[in-house]
Design a protein around this ligand. Structure first.
Ligand SMILES: Cc1cc2nc3c(=O)[nH]c(=O)nc-3n(C[C@H](O)[C@H](O)[C@H](O)COP(=O)(O)OP(=O)(O)OC[C@H]3O[C@@H](n4cnc5c(N)ncnc54)[C@H](O)[C@@H]3O)c2cc1C
Length: 456
């Protein structure tokens, strides 16, 4: 079988790449190891950041690519690739309009809070704020566009010549049979290596003991194949962690509860960090506490805000969220020591009312002090997905160490080097789906153009 653009992986990146390549007029095949396309994307909240969108304009929000790019770079301490970041920020609004208009993804602006590090409200999501919903819409769009997805097919080999031009791929089917497919361009959209424990221990030992809450099928294949073809990799120690995975329930408790005035305590009832730096780096701080757990603590006001999220509603119905009408009751529910927790609540109340900053560098200015009834959920630190990967240019072409591009190999999303710098602290909320959707779209366009030129 001869294909113009082959794509490995049917997550957000692969589907956006397929839709864009097909729109350019190329014949596309997406190859996916799972029987149903889900990936990390379906596990996510599905929030895509973008600056200068029509959704923001309708809500009266002023934002632009330069401000967005600066926020992303500032989160990394300017240790990421600033020109790639700016290019993605510039394209982000085009991606959102394209998803909403051309692909009929039902997006709206999240206008109830601003994620830390973002200087404007710029998260766009589907009605229930779930990645599963996003995947459903993308799969429907693929069907409408006639983009074929070959499921239950794990790619095991790439075939390339001595100039590193890829000529085809080999897939293995669940019954062990092998199929070889020829292609003119290849896009690696098979995410990172979070599902490969050996690679995680090698590149990111600090998160090795954290819970893995990502897609198990992401084994680092893009990195391994790219390296074999002489491609450059970068920021291999970068990742999206999370300091709020409900312990024993495997449900992420999203950060708005904290951003809006909640906090985390360890089993001794004491706070241990500035929780608002970001949920990603908080993973390691939580893992450093007794039993590698913490309690995320908030009240009725923030509980109501959290009910906007499907994940949180799941956590409530699963019984992960404890509640108490008084300090005594919440301590009985959680086992937290009453004297220490009472002292922590008083300190936070003082911080909120006095507008002062605590020893960790956190300010509660503008946040209402917590009032009973109280809510708490026991959490641990987790690895969501890796952010290091193949070095690419602004159109997703995979690069060699000397900066030259491989002839017909592209990568995006978790397969490519992200924009989060070299560690967990550089991950700004939304970096994952920004690179998956926008690099997906851009690499799809570029791969299609190149394939069509080759075949004409
Ligand atoms: C709980 C959670 C919440 C998140 N929330 C957000 C959020 O709100 N906003 C945000 O920006 N990011 C979020 N992220 C991160 C985001 O989900 C990822 O960055 C993004 O989904 C990556 O997309 P992708 O297409 O690169 O990879 P994936 O969606 O993981 O898709 C890769 C696909 O490749 C397939 N594959 C792998 N290897 C092979 C092979 N050899 N052959 C065939 N197929 C293969 C896999 O099965 C998979 O389906 C979240 C992540 C998690 C875990």
């Amino acid at each position: 079988m001869d294909i113009e653009v082959a794509i490995i992986g049917a997550g957000a990146c692969g589907l956006c790449a397929g839709l864009a390549a097909s729109q350019e007029g190329a014949e596309v095949l997406i190859v996916e190891r799972d029987s149903t396309p889900l990936g990390t994307t379906a596990m996510s909240t599905g929030l895509i950041p973008a600056a200068g969108t029509s959704f923001q304009k309708s809500a009266g929000i002023e934002d632009d690519a330069a401000q967005f790019s600066n926020d992303i770079c500032a989160k990394t301490g300017f240790r990421n690739d600033e020109s790639i970041t700016m290019a993605l920020a510039r394209e982000s609004a085009v991606t959102i309009e394209w998803l909403a208009e051309a692909q009929k993804v039902p997006l709206s602006l999240v206008d109830s809070f601003v994620y830390p590090g973002h200087s404007a409200m710029r998260m766009h999501g589907s009605p229930n704020r779930t990645g599963a919903e996003l995947m459903g819409s993308l799969c429907n769009a693929a069907e409408r566009a006639g983009v074929q997805i070959l499921t239950s097919a794990t790619v095991t080999h790439l075939f390339a010549d001595e100039d590193q031009r890829v000529h085809g791929i080999r897939c293995e089917r669940p019954d062990g049979s092998l199929e070889d497919l020829a292609c003119a361009s290849l896009i690696l959209a098979c995410c990172g290596f979070a599902g490969n424990a050996e690679m995680v221990h090698r590149y990111i030992p600090e998160i090795g003991k954290g819970e893995f809450f990502g897609h198990a099928g992401n084994k680092g294949d893009a990195v391994v194949w790219g390296q074999a073809l002489g491609a450059e990799t970068a920021d291999m120690s970068a990742y999206q962690g999370h300091g709020g995975l409900a312990k024993g329930y495997g449900i992420p408790i999203l950060w708005p509860a904290i951003i809006e005035g909640g906090f985390q305590v360890n089993l001794s009832g004491n706070r241990f960090s500035n929780e608002t730096r970001g949920y990603s780096e908080q993973a390691v701080d939580v893992l450093g506490q007794e039993d590698a757990v913490a309690w995320t603590f908030f009240d009725e006001l923030r509980h109501k805000l959290m009910l906007e999220f499907d994940d949180y509603r799941d956590a409530v119905s699963a019984g992960a969220i404890r509640t108490g009408q008084s300090l005594e009751e919440i301590c009985a529910q959680t086992g937290l020591p009453i004297v220490a927790l009472g002292k922590t609540i008083s300190e936070v109340t003082y911080l909120a009312e006095s507008h002062s900053t605590d020893n960790f560098g956190r300010s509660f200015k503008g946040k209402k002090a917590l009032r009973a009834p109280y809510y708490a959920v026991k959490v641990t630190g987790a690895l969501f997905h890796t952010q290091g990967g193949l070095e690419v240019d602004k159109t997703g072409r995979v690069l060699r160490p000397d900066g030259s591009a491989l002839p017909n190999l592209y990568a995006g999303g978790g397969a490519a080097r992200g924009i989060s710098g070299p560690d967990a602290s550089g991950y700004l909320a939304g970096n994952g789906l920004l690179t998956a959707t926008t690099f997906g779209r851009l690499s799809g366009i570029a791969a299609a153009k190149s394939a069509l030129e080759t075949s004409s």
